[in-house]
Design a binder for this molecule. Structure first.
Ligand code: A3P
Length: 290
C-alpha cells in the first residue's frame, strides 16, 4: 500500500543503483542515512528519529568542522532524500562523497545496496518518543493528515497504518541487514548520551579523519540550540502551506523521555504489550529515558 511505500519513491531506485554501482567513487560512494520511522515521503521531508541531527553531524564531519555548508545550504540539499522527486538532479553535481537520506524499509531498499559500495547509517529512536514527535510533526506538516487525537494517532502507530507503515517492521528489517550491508547502527539516545564518542566511531566507520578542532566544531554546531536557530536545518525556509510553523516547531524539544508527558498509564500498558509481541529477542538497546 502507498502508506507503506510511497509510490513516487520507486523510480528513484534506478538512480540509487547508478549512484552506488556505476559512478566513479572516491573513498566511499554513498552514505545512506536511513532513519526510522518515517515521516514524510513528500518532496519535503520529515522528522522524528534524529535524521536531521545525523545529516548535520555528517555535514560537519565531511567539512572537517567548517560550519559554512551547514549554515548556507539547506539540509535537504546536503543530504537529499531518496524519496524526493528531484533526487536525480540532486545527485548530478556531487563531486566526491554523496549523502543520501531515506526512510524506506529494508525490503525495498536493502537489496539495491547489497554488494554496492554504500555505507549505511541506520538511526533509530525509542518508539514512544517517536510517536510523540511524529504526532506533532503531523500537526505541523500540511501534507500529512491532521491527527484526530493523540490516542487515535497512537493506535495507528501501533497498527502500522501511519506513513511508511510499521515502526516494528522497519527496525526488524534493517537490523536483519547486519551481515549483508556495511551498516552502522545508532540510536537517538546514544547521540544524546555521547555525541563525541559517536562522532569518533562514525569517523572510523566512514574513514573520514576527525581532529580535535573538528570535533569541537561538530559538537557546538550540532547542539539542539544551534540547530534550532539554523534556518538551514529548522525547516523555517519551507513555505507555510507545506509546514505551518504557527502550529509548532520542527526542532520541538529534542529530549529523551518526552513520552512520559504524553502517555496515560493505559496507553503505556498497551504500548508495552504490543512492543513485547512485536520485538521479542530483538537486538536493539532502546533507552526509554536518560
Ligand atoms: P522532538 O520532536 O522530540 O523534539 P527527524 O529529523 O528524524 O525528523 O527527527 C526530529 C526530532 O529530532 C525532533 O524531536 C527534533 O527536536 C530532534 N532533534 C533534531 N536535532 C536535534 C539535536 N541536535 N539534538 C536533539 N534533538 C534533535
Amino acid at each position: 500500500p502507498c502508506h507503506a511505500v510511497p509510490c513516487h519513491a520507486m523510480p528513484c531506485h534506478a538512480t540509487l543503483y547508478q549512484a552506488t554501482q556505476c559512478h566513479p567513487v572516491p573513498c566511499h560512494a554513498v552514505v545512506l542515512c536511513v532513519a526510522v520511522p518515517v515521516r514524510g515521503g513528500s518532496a519535503l521531508t520529515p522528522p522524528s528519529p534524529g535524521t536531521t541531527w545525523m545529516q548535520e553531524i555528517l555535514t560537519l564531519l565531511y567539512s572537517r568542522g567548517d560550519a559554512l555548508p551547514a549554515k548556507t545550504i539547506p539540509n535537504w540539499e546536503r543530504a537529499p532524500w531518496l524519496e524526493q522527486i528531484h533526487f536525480r538532479d540532486a545527485l548530478r553535481d556531487t563531486a566526491t562523497h554523496r549523502l543520501i537520506t531515506s526512510h524506506l524499509p529494508a525490503r525495498v531498499l536493502a537489496p539495491l545496496l547489497q554488494g554496492s559500495k554504500a555505507k549505511v547509517i541506520y538511526v533509530a529512536r525509542n518508539p514512544k518518543d517517536v510517536v510523540v514527535s511524529f504526532y506533532y510533526f503531523h500537526r505541523l506538516a500540511k501534507f500529512l493528515p491532521d491527527p484526530v487525537s493523540f490516542d487515535a494517532f497512537l493506535q495507528q502507530f501501533l497498527e502500522g497504518t501511519v506513513h511508511y507503515g510499521s515502526w516494528f517492521d522497519h527496525v526488524k528489517g534493517w537490523l536483519g541487514q547486519r551481515q549483508l550491508l556495511d551498516i552502522f547502527y545508532i540510536t537517538y539516545e546514544e547521540l544524546h548520551r555521547d555525541l563525541r564518542g559517536t562522532a569518533q566511531r562514525l569517523s572510523t566507520f566512514l574513514g573520514c579523519p576527525l581532529g580535535p578542532e573538528t570535533l569541537e566544531a561538530l559538537e557546538q554546531h550540532c547542539s539542539f540550540s544551534a540547530m534550532r536557530d539554523n534556518a538551514m536545518t529548522n525547516y523555517t525556509l519551507i513555505p507555510r502551506e507545506i509546514m505551518d510553523h504557527s502550529q509548532g516547531k520542527f526542532m520541538r524539544k529534542g529530549v529523551v523521555g518526552d513520552w512520559r508527558e504524553h502517555f496515560s498509564p493505559l496507553q503505556n500498558a498497551l504500548f508495552d504489550r504490543v512492543y513485547q509481541e512485536e520485538m521479542p529477542d530483538i537486538d536493539l538497546s532502546v533507552h526509554w529515558s536518560m
